[in-house]
Design a protein around this ligand. Structure first.
Ligand code: F6P
Length: 344
């Protein structure tokens, strides 16, 4: 059997560990492997599906990014896109596909399965918002980046008695903001799931000053909603092929820092962590779980399974239907959000 491997959507540390595990397990089972370059774009354009050898995956375990390249191309938005993708895979001798990605990539993978092409997924997104699974490739490393940034920002915030606003990724959910904020000791964490008003932010800052705390660290997820700021920033709606607004351009961190300084008179600075959160070498957890799930995906596809995805549940690898993982966005529950509020 020839197994294709594809990485789609935003890159995340640990993708190469997953590619390596799928390929190495496939080779061990006596199969051949093809790499699909640049996500789903590689199934819609010619010349982007290539033979992979053991040499191609040597030394890639600690590398960030993806050796296969990625894109946000969406075959579901192209007329007959899924049929075209399947035809091109078949034309290149690919019998079955392992798609590594988040909700967008996995929705396309599910569509290929529905159209009769054997496809298995692997969960990846630094946003950590796929349903059912306790683990998504890249999240652990991203939380580490936020934690390290907050440790560094604490010392300079304290030295200058400033308010530091730190904008982190998180389109629809606040997993990176909350977990990074808790690990890095943020004083206030603002996430999409729980709306906060500018008045509440200002009140919080005054309360801290009143208690003799001369600096504050606010972590805000890029997709968070602060009603007073929506009016200021409104209107910018550049979207990608999956219809998502480019939130980094919305600039909630900048807007918030500007308003905080105006309302309180406290000297305020903003740091936008942006794509730093997706770069660099994966953490041991991301490497280990990318490896476990990647190897399982290879076993599944080689065993004739399709429309399924290995995930982590109750600390173990389990296999569930792809459709379940993309059925809804997993949001931060209230109990967890409240953990961040103990330290305000
Ligand atoms: O989906 C992951 C993610 O990192 C989001 O948190 C963020 O909004 C988006 O990707 C950024 O995408 P791009 O790399 O296209 O700017």
């Amino acid at each position: 059997m020839r197994i294709g491997i594809l990485t789609g959507g935003g890159d995340a540390p640990g993708l190469n560990a997953a590619i390596r595990a799928v390929a190495r397990r496939a080779f061990q089972l006596g199969h051949q492997v093809s790499g699909v370059q640049n996500g789903w774009a590689g199934t819609l354009e010619d010349g982007l599906i290539r033979e992979m050898t053991a040499q191609d995956v040597r030394g890639i375990l600690p590398m960030g990014g993806t050796i296969l390249g990625t894109s946000r191309t969406n075959p579901l938005k192209v007329k007959d896109g899924v049929a075209m993708a399947i035809r091109r895979l078949q034309h290149n001798g690919v019998d079955a596909l392992v798609g590594i990605g988040g909700d967008d990539t996995l929705s396309v993978a599910a569509a290929l399965h529905d159209a009769g092409f054997p496809t298995v997924g692997v969960p990846k997104t630094i946003d950590n918002d796929l349903a059912v699974t306790e683990f998504c490739i890249g999240f652990d490393t991203a939380v580490g980046v936020v934690t390290d940034a907050l440790d560094r920002l604490h010392t300079t915030a304290s030295a200058h008695h400033r308010v530091m606003v730190v904008e982190v990724m998180g389109r629809d959910t606040g997993w990176v903001a909350l977990m990074g904020g808790v690990a890095g000791g943020a004083d206030l964490i603002i996430i999409p799931e729980f709306q906060l008003s500018l008045g509440e932010v200002v009140e919080h800052l005054y309360r801290r000053r009143g208690a003799g705390k001369l600096f504050s660290i606010i972590v805000v997820a890029e997709g968070a909603h602060i009603p007073e700021l929506e009016m200021e920033g409104g209107g910018q709606a550049e979207k990608d092929a999956f219809g998502h607004v480019r939130l980094a351009k919305r600039g909630i961190g900048d807007l918030l820092a500007g308003r905080v300084e105006r309302e309180t008179g406290f000297e305020t600075r903003v740091t936008v962590l942006g794509h730093l959160q997706r770069g660099g070498s994966p953490s041991p957890t991301d490497r280990i779980w990318a490896t476990r799930l990647g190897a399982c995906a290879a076993d599944l596809i080689a065993g004739g399974k399709s429309g399924v995805i290995p995930i982590r549940r109750d600390g173990e690898v389990q296999v569930v239907p792809l459709a379940e993982v993309v059925a809804e966005t997993r949001r931060v529950p209230k109990e967890l959000y409240e953990l961040g509020q103990i330290f305000v």
